[in-house]
Design a binder for this molecule. Structure first.
Ligand code: FO1
Length: 319
């Protein structure tokens, strides 16, 4: 079975680890990764969501953080600080720097982000095909208003430096409107037997992937059933601050609001946590098949169970 998953960072990567455990040897997973979180620092291109998927599935992730490398040291960052070169608020460790150096060196040599990602995955062997959503530069910015007035800041500054403490007035995936799907993305979607939306951030992760012209249309038109898993449990995001960016796009932070925002033209099925059993009727009324199952990714086995539930629902809604 050919499975395609649109994935962001921490939540998406953890789900993929369970999905990988749930499938058989004849199944294959293609991940379309969000690159809107990418940030250029110290002359290097950092791809947080691609790296989180690669490290998590490759066994190199810092498990508690959900990002960056395990057994990290911070000598380069400390030396940069001595030179007065920031930003201090973004934690790039020495081991992680190697990834960004290799990536930036290959990009400078003319390789595409897809080719770079494929090369980095040769080391990490994630067990999935990891495709960036686009080889073109897309960077999510957030419009805020604070004592310095109204301005757009990079998503990472909003997320990491400000901890989403101020309201996001707008989420702008800069460059998305002229970006092209990366090679293989549209084919993977068209040829998929199942398409999954893991419990990633529906606005800045999955929403950004869908903002690349052609991708939303391809998913909506795909013969494969599309099943999503709610990143919201009991009215709050499990991790991260999805509620902050959901507010920016006028979507309530509830399991049913996210499903209905994706819409029945895009998704065929939706899993909510058992805590949101009451949401099932509203989602089904919106034309989306819905089941309530445990959605807390407490360990790989629990996550594998969620993945099996998603694949089972996909079979039930297969057109
Ligand atoms: N998240 C933080 O909360 N603090 C950090 O200092 C930080 C550094 C960082 C470095 C590399 C990387 O790949 C991810 C990093 N993240 C950090 C996580 C990142 O902001 C988020 O994982 C994604 O952008 C959102 O999914």
């Amino acid at each position: 079975m050919r499975i395609v998953a649109l994935a962001g960072g921490i939540g998406g990567a953890r789900f993929l680890r369970g999905l990988r455990a749930a499938i058989g040897p004849q199944d294959e997973i293609t991940v379309i990764g969000n690159t809107g979180d990418d940030i250029h620092l110290y002359g290097l291109k950092v791809c947080p969501d691609l790296d989180t998927v690669m490290y998590t599935l490759g066994g190199g992730i810092h498990e508690e953080q959900g990002w960056g490398r395990t057994d990290e040291t911070w000598s380069i960052k400390a030396e940069m600080k001595e030179y007065g070169v920031g930003p201090e608020w973004f934690g790039l460790g020495d081991r992680d720097f190697a990834t960004h150096l290799v990536r930036s060196q290959m990009l400078a040599a003319g390789y595409s982000l897809s080719q770079v990602t494929e090369a980095l995955c040769v080391r990490w062997q994630p067990g999935v095909r990891l495709l960036p959503m686009s080889d073109d530069r897309v960077e999510t910015h957030v419009r805020i208003t604070d004592e310095q007035g109204t301005r757009a800041i990079h998503f990472q500054e909003y997320w990491v430096r400000l901890h989403a403490a101020v309201d996001a007035e707008a989420i702008i995936p800069v460059g998305a409107d002229t970006a092209k799907p990366a090679p293989g993305v549209l084919d993977a979607i068209a040829e998929a037997d199942v398409i999954l939306f893991p419990p990633s951030n529906p606005v800045v992760s999955i929403g950004t992937i869908l903002a690349v012209p052609g991708i939303r249309e391809a998913v909506a038109a795909a013969p494969a059933p599309v099943v999503g898993l709610s990143p919201i449990i009991g009215g709050a995001p499990v991790r991260g601050m999805a509620d902050k960016v959901l507010a920016a796009v006028g979507v309530e932070a509830t399991a049913e609001a996210v499903a209905l925002d994706y819409g029945a033209d895009l998704i065929d099925g939706w899993l909510v946590d058992t805590a949101d059993e009451a949401a099932v009727a509203a989602v089904e009324a919106g034309g989306i098949a819905c089941r309530a199952v445990p959605l807390l990714m407490t360990d790989v086995d629990a996550t594998a169970e969620m993945a099996r539930a998603a694949l089972a629902l996909a079979e039930q809604v297969r057109r």
